[in-house]
Write a protein that binds this ligand. Structure first.
Ligand code: FCB
Length: 439
């Protein structure tokens, strides 16, 4: 079993959540988001569930912060909802929204928890989706303006700030695969969203720096790309997946260019003048967040770009059907450090697993999650031993929540939430982490 003392002094342990997944978006004057629209459209979200109530963290936040403190976590990675701060995305501010984040940050500081804020974790205001959302180049400015308004209120008390969570999900998953809001399946929309999300990150980073906000980072998600066979076709397909999933964003940030394979596939669809945006996109950051869950087995197929499919792998799987593959975490920590970030501090900003947890006699016996975390902690320790400047690790997630297109069915929490009564029950994994963090 792992112990805090196995990690370097000052290593930060935390838990992660996101606004729309926990807060309850029907409370406190928040505006409508494209997730509300997406969820209301049949077939997009299991049982058409949405984030209207979620964990009702909007009213239970003190209890939730107590859980973070009592586990012994040093930091809490939360996100703010754009539509809670600016219900129409621009213009009139919702004072209750700013007050909420103000109270929340103070609540963390009172409990000795370091606040790590994410400024966009996917709930785009519907009014901006109406204007094309991530397809519209103006989104870079809209986003930067919102970031300034929020950080004017809470910025001085924030420990570290991330601009946009998982740029691949915001762009490719949501505009090419259509799995997330706005549910678009269109190569041109995807290419434009991929570039605009990069530009929005850089524009906001510059705006925040000009205001004196420090410790700004980017958070990317990584999936290990395993060719289905040694055939040249499968190897090339896996390299394509690796490039549009993992390398595109890192290369934009840290090399000020996009991978050649992606440029040749998407150049006709990128917005005009895209080549001129790299100085903004590559605005230096202070740290990088690595979100990691699994690998995919990639097999070449006939047909249009990207010309591959994912096939089922042989390893044990989580409730999501995702293979458990801690080697992938070590791989990406190494790759980020060696190929892209050098001495820049890295944080694992999300890692965890879904499990069909049930409460029996007041407890949840999620031993598989304890094992999952232990194996990923081992990968993190190995990276540190090899000289990767990994400074912290955040578990996804503090508590069960609205898992996007999967609704409330997939449980990622260290704390079980009964979505009828909203009762929180710490799972065995929470207790194990608490013991580990005390040792
Ligand atoms: C990540 C998201 C997070 C959660 C986990 C399981 O991609 O950032 O909100 O859905 O996956």
């Amino acid at each position: 079993m792992y112990k805090r003392s196995d990690f370097p002094d000052g290593f930060t342990f935390g838990a992660s959540t996101a606004a729309y997944q926990i807060e309850g978006h029907s409370f406190g004057g928040a505006g409508r988001t494209h997730w509300d629209d997406f969820a209301e459209t049949p077939g997009n979200v299991i049982r058409a569930e949405n984030g209207a109530v979620a964990c009702d963290h909007y009213h239970h936040w003190q209890e939730d912060l107590d859980l973070i403190r009592d586990a012994g976590f040093d930091a809490y990675r939360f996100s703010a909802s754009w539509a809670r701060v600016l219900p129409e995305g621009r213009g009139t501010v919702n004072p209750e929204g700013l007050d909420f984040y103000d109270r929340l940050v103070d609540g963390m500081l009172e409990r000795g928890i370091k606040p790590m804020a994410t400024l966009y974790h996917w709930e785009l205001p519907s009014a901006l989706a109406d204007l094309g959302g991530w397809r519209n180049p103006d989104i870079a400015k809209w986003f930067a303006d919102y970031c300034e308004i929020l950080m004017d209120r809470i910025g001085e008390r924030i420990w570290k700030t991330a601009t946009i969570n998982e740029l691949w999900c915001v762009s490719f998953l949501s505009h090419f695969l259509g799995h997330h809001a706005p549910g678009v399946r269109d190569i041109r929309a995807a290419a434009r969203a991929m570039h605009h999300v990069m530009l929005a990150h850089g524009t906001a980073t510059q705006a925040l720096r000009a205001k004196g906000v420090n410790q700004i980072g980017a958070v990317c998600n990584f999936t290990y790309s395993q060719p289905a066979s040694r055939s040249p076709e499968d190897i090339e397909a896996a390299a394509t997946f690796d490039d549009y999933y993992n390398n595109f964003f890192m290369s934009g940030f840290f090399k000020k260019e996009y991978p050649e394979r992606i440029v040749s596939a998407l150049a006709d669809h990128f917005p005009s003048g895209w080549q001129d945006d790299f100085d903004v996109i590559g605005t230096p950051v202070d740290w990088l967040g690595v979100n990691y869950y699994t690998r995919e087995i990639i097999k070449a197929t006939d047909g249009p770009w990207p010309g591959h499919t994912s096939i089922e792998g042989p390893l044990p799987k989580t409730q999501m059907g995702w293979e458990i593959y801690p080697e992938g975490l070590l791989h990406f920590l190494r790759r980020c450090h060696v190929d892209y970030t050098g001495d820049l501090p890295l944080y694992v900003t999300e890692n965890g697993m879904a499990n069909p947890d049930i409460v029996v006699d007041g407890t949840v016996d999620d031993v598989v999650r304890i094992d999952y975390l232990a194996r990923h902690f081992d990968a993190a320790k190995q990276a540190i031993a090899e000289g990767v400047p990994l400074n912290g690790y955040f578990v996804w997630s503090l508590m069960d929540n609205f898992e996007w297109a999967f609704g409330y069915e997939k449980r990622f929490g260290l704390v079980h939430v009964d979505f009828e009564t909203l009762q929180r029950t710490p799972k065995a994994s929470y207790m194990a982490l608490k013991a580990a963090l005390a040792s």
